[in-house]
Design a protein around this ligand. Structure first.
Ligand SMILES: Cc1ncc(COP(=O)(O)O)c(C=O)c1O
Length: 387
């Protein structure tokens, strides 16, 4: 039979408890979701500030739909780049102190476009071992030599930089999506400067959450455009909408607009989404109470977990993974917690390394203290039962 590998690989995934299936969310509230008619407290969302289902953004959507319409109708270089895209880009340029911002339909395409377009074949891409799949795919598509350093290991990065000749792009996440820890941005930028390498940070999980104004890892670490010329973040997480942006220099921006195939040959982000995103960014920047509430929730989760003897991975962010080990055990734990009313997804290989399946708890400003108490008690009961 043709394409036999497809059936073989599906069977292999089923056999190893690694098969993926979607669940249809029937309804969503800021802290709860309804799946198959049952309501669960949601601890598996990246909507860290509770904005995705907020009245403020629902109203912004209704207002924007009435004035902007819904679809962009064309790619940005044809007739899809509208006033609301420009306003969002201009706002981000000012907020982040960058020359130019370019919008993408997703963080996945932004990462691929940036790396694949800017990095030539004869260059080096040096990536943290835990970088997101979209960054690695971008590096592979560029044809450059891809080297990976041990997670957050600056000695290893320094060694790889010393051994690399020619142009080098160093890439990291600001907050690591599956572990929740943060990159030592200042050290990375210092090494890049010393070796004249180009630094690229994917701040999907830091943007909106870190920094006094929620402008992410760059704000927190004082990384300006000169030291960090390539910054990417998504809108689909703390900002509560969807899409992504790249913030960069005039020259890189011009190059991307002229050569980035993901940008040129794709229908522009909906102008409606651009308008709602701008509204959300203003809220995020001007109202710090959501970030403060999130920090309180993170602290509460960590304190209660310690009291119940649960061992967490070293993370101070909204991503608080509990290492379980084997994939089938992680699936059982997630199912048991669902039975108890908590929606918590088991993260398994190949998203994480073999033997490191985990329950990835994500906290939100929308959670109440009682939600977190109940979750920790339920996890502690499972741990005591030896599940
Ligand atoms: C670190 C990181 N980068 C990029 C992406 C992709 O962003 P998007 O969901 O907007 O495609 C994700 C997750 O979705 C992510 O976790």
């Amino acid at each position: 039979m043709a394409f036999e590998h497809i059936d073989e690989q599906l069977q292999a995934r089923r056999g190893a408890s690694l098969f993926r299936e979607r669940r249809c969310i029937e309804a969503a509230e800021p802290r709860r979701i309804n799946v198959d008619g049952h309501w669960y407290l949601n601890f598996s969302s990246n909507d860290y500030l509770g904005l995705a289902q907020s009245d403020a953004l629902k109203q912004a959507a209704a207002d924007a739909a009435a004035t902007q319409g819904v679809g962009s109708g064309a790619s940005p270089l044809v007739s899809g780049h509208s006033r609301s895209h420009k306003e969002l880009e201009d706002y981000l340029c000012e907020a982040l102190g960058r020359d130019r911002v370019l919008l993408f339909n997703s963080g996945f395409s932004a990462n691929q476009a940036l790396i694949q377009t800017l990095v030539p074949k004869d260059a080096n891409v040096i990536a943290d071992r835990l970088c997101h799949a979209s960054m690695l795919d971008g590096a592979l598509a560029s044809g450059a030599r891809l080297k990976r350093y041990t997670h957050n290991d600056m000695e290893h990065l320094s060694r790889l930089l010393s051994q690399s000749e020619g142009d080098c792009l160093v890439m990291t996440e600001g907050v690591f999506s599956m572990d929740g820890d943060q990159a030592p941005i200042k050290d990375i930028l210092r090494l890049c400067q010393r070796h004249q390498a180009l630094a690229f940070v994917d701040d999907a999980h830091g943007f909106g959450v870190l920094g006094a104004q929620g402008l992410g890892s760059a704000e927190l670490h004082g990384a300006d455009q000169a030291s960090l010329p390539l910054l990417m973040a998504t809108f689909g997480k703390a900002i509560g909408t969807s899409g992504a942006f790249a913030a960069t220099t005039e020259m890189f921006y011009d190059y991307l607009v002229n050569f980035a195939r993901h940008y040129i040959y794709s229908t522009a982000m909906s102008p409606l989404m651009a308008a709602i995103t701008l509204r959300s960014l203003r809220l995020v920047r001007e109202e710090s109470w959501r970030r403060e509430k999130l920090q309180q929730n993170i602290q509460l989760f960590k304190t209660l977990s310690a009291e119940h003897g649960l061992s967490l991975m070293p993370s101070d962010t909204a991503i608080q993974p509990l290492l379980v080990g084997e994939a089938d055990r992680a699936l059982t734990c997630a199912e048991d917690l669902r039975q108890a009313g908590f929606f918590l997804v088991a993260i398994r290989p190949p998203t994480v390394p073999d033997g490191q399946s985990r329950l990835r708890v994500t906290l939100s400003a929308a959670h109440q203290g009682e939600d977190i108490k109940q979750l920790v008690q339920a996890i502690a009961r499972k741990a005591q039962d030896g599940a």
